[in-house]
Design a protein around this ligand. Structure first.
Ligand code: UD1
Ligand code: CA
Length: 464
């Protein structure tokens, strides 16, 4: 196989987005557009991926990491000029070079493979990925000769009214013979409405050199959408969301209402899990098999074991074991690790805490900076008092302990194994294992209080 290179164009500011965030970093289903492109290119096994960066260069680099190469385009003088920046890295090589725009997040590896296949079969010097657009407005139009071969691409802004009627568009993805590309780029000028060096001008140059220019028209325009503004961004989101949801359903996940289910591009979900409406799952979340998630659950960067149920709750940057029951209305905050068979019920907040297998906090608790052992029962209203206004302190509750309702555990403090804390206690000192700790005022009953107070009131009345 020939060497395979890829150039990704990601230097533009994206003026039409009207955003402080650089265009290619805008997320689609939680993943920046340019990352979607890189992930697909990696699937077609390019020997070298060069990304052209400019606006937001450092941010784009830190997003994409050091597995790929970068070249800097200091001034954004057009897509042709952008590719030219890779000349030093690629110019002398023999091989095939793919060029993909960083703002086409829906492009797939399958389509790119089909493009390369056509390019190779036709022994072409350039093969253009085109699509039929019902509304081609804004895209470069593909102009063909009478014999059907590609003549050139004309940008929307440069096109005549008649040319604008053409519905075959340039998707911005191409396959080039590498050396031909860099030679032709030297001859591209900027005599056009935008005063830019257009990459698609290479097509006419190669064609005029009597070399083969081919085109592969994908049946799916949707896949080739270029995101230039927020309207297209929402369109890309809708299509990507539907693609992701369909893939999960095909893998054996039930989505009760896919339209109201939002699953990030990198989320994994096991078979027979049921996702109910209003659920948003994002980041690098993995969910096991046979779970019930939703309605109205948000899960961010978390790991959920098999057979777990989560209702109307938020879970972020945490792990939950198997067979757990969470919610309704629980909040599991970052760095929490909850074991198997645990229960975290309504209005319970857990932060940076561990809960061992079989432990329960069923109602109205705050568990922060705590290490809760196994089979611990935290009664309704148990609170870890973890913060003294300056520092956070650790609460430990060892295996089998039973914390009565409405108790405050003032950290740092440890409740020993199998110990009991009586309801309503405020625990300031460690409780030894197997002990019962009661830390509340003793109850006094005032007998006949009502009669006495009435008598007092009557006497008072007579004086007047
Ligand atoms: C481009 C194509 C158009 C095609 C469309 C498909 C050109 C001249 N036009 O138009 O034919 O139909 O894509 O979506 O190529 N970029 C740089 N440096 C630059 C300019 C752009 O890196 O100097 C990057 C941008 O960040 C972007 C990509 O190249 O990711 C495409 O640029 P954009 O300005 O969006 O081109 P379009 O006008 O959409
Ligand atoms: Ca674009």
């Amino acid at each position: 196989m020939l060497n395979r290179f890829a150039v990704i164009l990601a230097a533009g500011q994206g003026t039409r987005m009207k955003s402080h965030l650089y265009k290619v970093l805008h997320p689609v289903c939680g993943k920046p557009m340019v990352q979607h492109v890189v992930d697909q290119i990696e699937l077609v096994q390019a020997d070298k991926i060069v990304t052209v960066i400019g606006h937001g260069a450092d941010l784009v680099k830190s997003q994409l990491g050091d597995k790929i190469d970068y070249v800097l385009q200091e001034k954004q003088l057009g897509t042709g000029h952008a590719v030219m920046q890779a000349e030093e890295q690629l110019g002398k090589q023999d091989g095939t070079t793919l060029v993909v725009c960083g703002d086409t997040p829906l492009i797939t590896a399958e389509t790119i493979e089909a493009l390369i296949k056509q390019h190779e079969e036709e022994h072409a010097k350039v093969t253009l990925l085109t699509a039929h657009a019902e509304d081609p407005s804004g895209y470069g139009r593909v102009l063909r000769n009478d014999d059907g071969t590609v003549a050139k691409v004309v940008e929307h802004k440069d096109a005549t009214d008649k040319e604008r009627l053409v519905k075959e568009i340039n998707t911005g993805t191409y396959c080039f013979d590498n050396k031909t590309l860099f030679q032709a780029l030297k001859r591209v000028n900027n005599n056009n409405v935008q005063g830019e060096y257009y990459l698609p001008d290479v097509i006419e140059i190669v064609k005029n050199n009597a070399e083969t220019v081919a085109a592969y028209q994908t049946p799916s325009f949707e896949e080739t959408i270029g995101v230039n503004d927020r309207v297209a961004l929402s369109e890309a989101e809708r299509i990507m969301k539907s693609r992701i949801n369909t893939a999960h359903m095909k893998n054996g996940v039930t989505l009760i209402d896919p339209k109201q289910t939002y699953i990030g591009a990198d989320v994994q979900i096991g078979q027979d899990t049921v996702i109910k409406p209003g659920t948003v799952i994002s980041g690098s979340t993995t969910i096991g098999a046979n779970c019930e998630i939703g309605p109205n659950v948000e899960i961010i960067n978390s790991r959920i074991g098999d057979n777990t149920i989560i209702r109307q709750s938020v879970v972020s940057d945490s792990g939950i074991g198997e067979q757990a029951v969470i919610g309704p209305y629980a909040h599991i905050r970052p760095q929490s690790e909850l074991g198997d068979n645990i229960k975290v019920g309504n209005f319970v907040e857990v932060k940076k805490s561990k809960m061992g297998d079989g432990s329960k906090a069923s109602h109205l608790s705050y568990i922060g900076d705590a290490e809760i052992g196994q089979d611990v029962n935290l009664g309704c209203g148990s609170i870890t008092v973890n913060y003294d206004g300056k520092n956070k302190h650790l609460t430990k509750v060892e295996d089998g302990a039973f914390i009565g309702c409405n108790s405050n555990l003032i950290a740092p403090v440890t409740v020993g194994k199998n110990a009991y804390v009586a309801a309503g206690s405020t625990i300031t000192d460690n409780v030894p294992g197997e002990a019962l700790s009661i830390a509340r005022a003793r109850q006094t009953n005032k007998e006949n209080y009502v009669a006495r107070i009435q008598e007092k009131q009557n006497n008072h009345g007579r004086k007047d």
